[in-house]
Design a protein around this ligand. Structure first.
Ligand code: PEP
Ligand code: MN
Length: 337
């Protein structure tokens, strides 16, 4: 629940409200605005709490948040969350492009792609070192060696790095080598992993699970937020439907919906969302129109030789061509890249 204090309410009144909420099992988050303070009590509603709080002097009104997610909701925070990583802001006017290979294959491959990414003007490089593969016989990623290569490429080219974490035991190690930690679609409801990610100071990107509802997806973000990490972004990467022509069905209505329901930045992944190179461009543009704050796109200099997700990877040339179209669409919807 949100307890809106009266203008100029005393510190004593704020403490009283906070204590009362805590006594009743709520976790308290304070938001001090210019005029008013809002005391948010996050937890399961208990009978009589509303009236007990309303009776405290200095309280203007008590508002219940009806959704199961609280800290992620627009009611809790009306303004957009902007995640700052050095000079890169995610969730502001500028649309951020994250690009790179599905998997780190070698130092040469990563450095070649990093050069393409840097020259394109994009500021964030993607690449998986720990790969969640359906088959145990497929390439599983280079592990820590891959993380070192990514970090080196990031330092050489001045790019921020995003990479996937699957195992809760790897969180600290991956946070050491990267700027953003990616929770893959298959891990979206790995609750021990989400709890671990709540305790680091690096941003987290949460991909939507293969068959997750919008509410389940936001609840995954709520795990990280409620554990103390406020730098969370969501990524729509397609869901499983009856359609088999595309790898997944990119749910762009979910992008518009989560922008309305939450204050978190939303990223669109047209690569996994379609599985087909020719569809990546049109869906990237559609994602920007739907309100995405960023795009994550797979790029590989030789897609036919890629160890993972070649059919959906763009060449450097394709990628640069697409970026000029993204710029036009971004400008048309009042954004920039
Ligand atoms: C990836 O980004 O390479 C990946 C494995 O994505 P997802 O978790 O969306 O399948
Ligand atoms: Mn991939």
């Amino acid at each position: 629940m949100l307890v809106v204090m009266e203008k100029g309410a005393s510190e004593e009144a704020i403490v009283k409200v906070s204590k009362k909420l805590e006594e009743r099992g709520f976790v308290v988050h304070l938001t001090r605005g210019v005029e008013r303070t809002i005391v948010a009590g996050v937890g399961a509603p208990t009978r009589g709490t509303d009236s007990a709080i309303e009776a405290i002097g200095g309280v203007d009104r008590v508002i219940g948040i009806m959704t199961p997610y609280k800290l992620a909701s627009r009611e809790f925070q009306a303004e957009d969350t902007i995640i700052e990583i050095g000079d890169v802001a995610i969730g502001g006017k500028e649309i951020q492009i994250m690009a790179g290979p599905c998997a780190v294959e070698s130092r040469e491959q990563v450095l070649e792609i990093a050069q393409i990414v840097k020259a394109s003007g994009a500021k964030i490089m993607r690449g998986g070192a720990f790969k969640p593969r359906t088959s145990p016989y497929d390439f599983q990623g280079l592990g820590e060696e891959g993380l070192k290569i990514l970090k080196e490429a990031g330092e050489i080219y001045g790019l921020k790095i995003i990479t996937e974490v699957m195992d809760p035991g790897d969180v600290e190690r991956i946070a050491h080598y990267s700027d953003i930690l990616q929770v893959g679609a298959r891990s979206m409801q790995n609750f021990p992993l989400l709890r671990k990610l709540a305790k680091i100071d690096k941003p987290v990107l949460i991909k939507r699970g293969l068959s997750a509802t919008i509410e389940e997806w936001i609840m995954a973000a709520e795990y990280v937020l409620s554990g103390g990490n406020k730098n969370v972004m969501l990524c729509e990467r397609g869901i499983r439907t009856f359609e088999t022509f595309t790898r997944n069905t990119l749910d762009l209505s979910a992008v518009a919906a989560v922008k309305q329901l939450t204050h978190l930045p939303v990223i669109v992944d047209p690569s996994h969302g379609t599985g087909k190179r020719k569809l990546v461009g049109p869906m990237a543009l559609a994602g920007v129109t739907a309100g995405a704050d960023g795009l994550i796109i797979e790029v590989h200099p030789k897609p036919s030789e890629a160890l993972c997700d070649g059919p959906q990877s763009l060449t450097g040339e394709d990628f640069n061509e697409l970026l000029s179209k993204i710029k036009q669409v971004a400008n048309a919807v009042g954004r920039e890249i």
